[in-house]
Write a protein of this length. Sequence first.
Length: 611
Amino acid sequence: MLALRRTISILFAIFVAVLASRLAMDVFFADGVDWVDFVRIALCAATAAWIAWGASLALGGLIGARIKTPPRSQLSDSGRAARTAILIPVYNEDPRATFSSAAAMAESLQKTGHAELFDIAILSDTRDPDVAAQEEEWFLRLHAEVPAPIEVFYRRRTDNSGKKAGNIGDFVRRHGGRYPYMLILDADSLMDGETIVEMLRRMEAEPRLGLLQTLPKIVAARSWFARALQFSAGLFSPIFTRGLARMQGQEGPFWGHNAMVRTTAFAESCGLPALTGAPPFGGHILSHDYVEAALLARNGWIVRVDADLEGSFEEGPQNVIDYAKRDRRWCQGNLQHIRLIHGPGLKGWNRFTFVQGVMAYVSSPLWMAFIAASIVAPLFAPPPEYFPSPYLPAIFPRAETALAVTLLVGVGGLLIGPKLLIALRSGITGEARRFGGFIAAFASTLVEIIWSSILAPITLMYQSRSVLQIIFGMDGGWPSSDREGQTIGLGEAFRASWWIVLTGIVMLTGAWVLAPALFWWLTPIAVPQMLSPLLVAASSSPASGRIAARCGLLLTPEELERPAIMRVRDAVLARWSQPSADDGNTPETAEDIAEDPQTGEAEPAYSAVQG
């Protein structure tokens, strides 16, 4: 069945590409045939196939049979055989937010009755000395608050080679033998204790399961931009993930966080050498997660995403600029995968996954190339020949407006149709009640579709620039994430998007001069680009998010009924906002508590100083 599902989805994408090409031929050849028309047809086919592929995942999640809940172990006799390290890599991020989440997870685990199976390790790659000093201070507070049997450790590396993957790899080499399992998180991750224990049960029940990925829900959105992401992730992502799970089977994804791995499988499979040559295509692999999933599958381990697991959360960027910065790193990492597609021993589906990751970013410049080719096409069109034969009446160029509209509606339907179907399904199943009711959920879906359509020409430009920068050898590095976000002023927004404004102006001007028939067709793309500073600034403000909430738009279940783990974190933050009372048990330095959890001896690998 898995092979059949994959075949059907691929054939569907090919069918849509062929159909789009046929319609495009009728439209583009209406004024004669030239080489630019063939370029446009090829670009149209590639982008249509990519859109159809995404739609097939949604349809697979909508109409496919319900995935059965996997078997689970009781953990009653597991003991130290199920010992799990909860790893939280950090890099120049707000330590108060990260350490309070760690405290909340520890408290939640205490309530499960299985706290003795877990330790927490903060793995710091922080380079900013001020942030590092704050990490040490908050670690002391964390360690003093988390009771036994959970042990809490902190280590900051002096050499942060390999970034996050290198940090986790270093942990595996030094301490992996103590922990059969590792729960890999991000600095902004938050997971309910029952969810963590359930993941462990599922890992114990399937000895071949090398990695179990959850679907993190986005929380803590304040701006309009972040709330739209949060709503989309809450309503649409579970269906897309369900379709993805049905498509990938045992060769599933790894998104780098909120996932549990079997340490033995990870240690024997996931060593990542640096790619030869200089960045951006060489050096350390930035998007290491998909590569690690492929390496696990190559060695026969199951990699699975269980979309039914609740209680897994993360935070998202609060504005377009921070989103684009993060996306730039992902783009470079995905394009590095071009060098890995032909890696020895990889399974065919994992190779195809690499292609999908590349296409996710390359599709943006392909769209821009298609638009540019359409604008300049009249310059290369052959002169009209009204009398091709003296024995036939005159033949005049025809305007294939109806076919063009059909092509546009078809592409648009593949983009927004799955979202509308998911919203309708939520009303039928009752899921919409968790989003404020069907009317609120459907209205929010319409608003999200309109907003994402307005924003798409702007994000398309950022992605296109990222791809071009990488092609021309510009390394984006690994910038730290600003998950707290900030309001973007109009001046800052203009400095970050003036070139997008210029692109929109050039696009409309070029269409007016070279291809007047395209002018109005391009306004939905060019106008948002010309207004990009205003859109970026307005959508970043907390006020815009409050307006949406007051209107009952873009609501999510976590907002309407705050999850237990988030309430625990709120309580931790409330306690930590008060001055700490020294009861004599708080260590003077982080080094005093950097001990081996088994022997009690000093453990230099876990210290608050450079380690």
